[in-house]
Design a protein around this ligand. Structure first.
Ligand code: HEC
Length: 130
């Protein structure tokens, strides 16, 4: 009897852990779209975008745009090999010159460490259309 209830409790606890993990999952529409719209869209948009940014063919106006465009520069489940992660990660040495998005000298709000972590997590989990 005692063992049965311990087993039951274990099942309950592990399903609870699974539920909270699902809730923790980064959502493209809820968590990331606001970031892309805040930090990327001012240049990467069809209307009034930065000519060179638009030329590179990336638009961040809606979720489909984002999946189509950054889909090309991410490798699902492999954030370290994804060009997107390279572009948004500041260099270890702050004096090192490196291409960054948003561009280092632009006025566009930078992504915070936590935001970069979210994007990385999302790629690690398969870059889902969620
Ligand atoms: C201040 C304007 C500006 C903002 C904001 C900006 N970009 Fe860009 N982006 C550019 C310009 C200009 C280019 C093309 C010239 C270049 O490659 O430097 C570009 C090019 C790119 C490219 C193609 C270059 C490559 O190496 O693949 C990607 C991808 C990109 N941006 C993603 C982003 C993302 C993601 C964000 C937000 C986190 C962002 N950009 C924010 C101006 C901007």
């Amino acid at each position: 009897m005692k063992y049965k209830s311990i087993a039951f409790l274990t099942v309950c606890l592990s399903s609870l852990a699974m539920i909270s993990r699902a809730e923790d999952e980064v959502s493209l529409s809820k968590d990331l779209m606001p970031l892309f719209q805040r930090s990327c869209q001012s240049c990467h948009q069809r209307e009034n975008g930065n000519r060179n940014a638009v030329k590179s063919g990336y638009f961040y106006e809606n979720k489909d745009d984002v999946l189509r465009s950054i889909g090309k520069i991410i490798i699902k489940n492999e954030p370290k090999k994804s060009h997107l992660v390279y572009l948004i990660t500041p260099p270890k040495d702050p004096n090192q010159k490196k291409q960054m998005m948003p561009p280092t000298r632009s006025k566009a709000p930078k992504l915070t460490k936590e935001e970069i972590r979210k994007i990385t997590e999302w790629i690690k989990a398969g870059a889902k259309d969620n």
